[in-house]
Design a protein around this ligand. Structure first.
Ligand code: DGL
Length: 267
């Protein structure tokens, strides 16, 4: 048992979709979140730059009492591959948990993946899926506008601008006949309704954020690291840009006001 916090980081706000699920399934755990809001987006940057930012984000979280770290960012997770960047505590990205869930969900063996340009170019989800089940057929599509549409609040179900972009991006995935689609970027669960309407009822959406949160619970159980506290856990947020901008934007991700203190911090 361990009362230290779960450390979660993302390039900005997207990781809040994982925090939301963590709060639901692990209500007694404390969470320390770092959002690199001054440097978002990561998904259009080079591998070297994303890897450097990732090291700095992890070093920041390690200055706090954390017992496990989650890279709640599809882009960061994709650059890391299968190697853990920490060797003294459990770590997870979002790719493997989502790949595992997609392989378990698909009936027809055809899985779609959507993510940032860096994520899709890396082939990370294909690799992870094929490690679990080499027979699965994968179709991937980068959706660069989605992060911006979510950040600017075009998030209502079937918002006309988001719908137009989504129809364009999802056309090849629909043509491939997938029955399972991984939302491989932590921003995308916010527009899951619109994506789901376009894909149709027969397609199961897998949220990489949600799967990473479930995987974290399982990992903490396996390592006997769950807290023994019976009180409501606390969330503390650190961001590299303005606190007020974070508070305003976070509403899109949490569908509620930020539930915890927010500090602006240099990394
Ligand atoms: N959080 C990133 C991801 O999940 C999206 C935003 C970005 O490009 O930094 O891929």
């Amino acid at each position: 048992m361990d009362r230290d916090a779960i450390g979660v980081f993302d390039s900005g706000m997207g990781g809040l979709t994982a925090v939301k699920v963590l709060n639901q399934i692990l209500p007694h755990e404390n969470i320390i979140y770092f959002g690199d809001t001054a440097r978002i987006p990561y998904g259009t940057r080079s591998r070297q730059t994303i890897q450097r930012y990732t090291k700095e984000d992890i070093a920041f979280l390690r200055r706090h009492p954390v017992k496990m770290i989650i890279a709640a960012c599809g882009t960061v997770s994709s650059m890391l591959g299968a190697d853990s960047p920490v060797d003294d505590m459990p770590f997870t990205g979002v790719v493997y948990p989502a790949a595992r869930a997609a392989c378990a969900a698909t009936q027809n063996g055809r899985v779609g993946i959507i993510g940032t340009p860096a994520t899709v170019a890396s082939g990370s989800y294909e690799t992870a899926i094929h490690n679990v089940d080499p027979r699965v057929d994968v179709t991937a599509m980068a959706c660069p506008l989605f992060v911006h549409l979510v950040e600017y609040g075009y998030t209502k179900r079937n918002d006309p601008i988001t719908r137009l972009a989504a129809e364009e991006y999802l056309a090849p995935i629909r043509s491939a006949g997938v029955d399972t689609l991984i939302l491989g970027c932590t921003h995308y669960p916010i527009i899951a309704d619109t994506i789901g309407d376009i894909m149709g009822d027969g397609v199961r959406l897998i949220s990489a954020s949600e799967e990473a949160a479930k995987f974290t619970k399982q990992t903490l159980e396996e390592h006997d690291l769950l807290t023994d506290s019976t009180e409501q856990g606390h969330n503390v947020y650190y961001v590299s840009d303005s606190v007020s901008m974070f508070r305003d934007n976070a509403r899109h991700f949490l569908e509620d006001a930020v539930n915890g203190q927010v500090f602006s911090s240099r990394i």
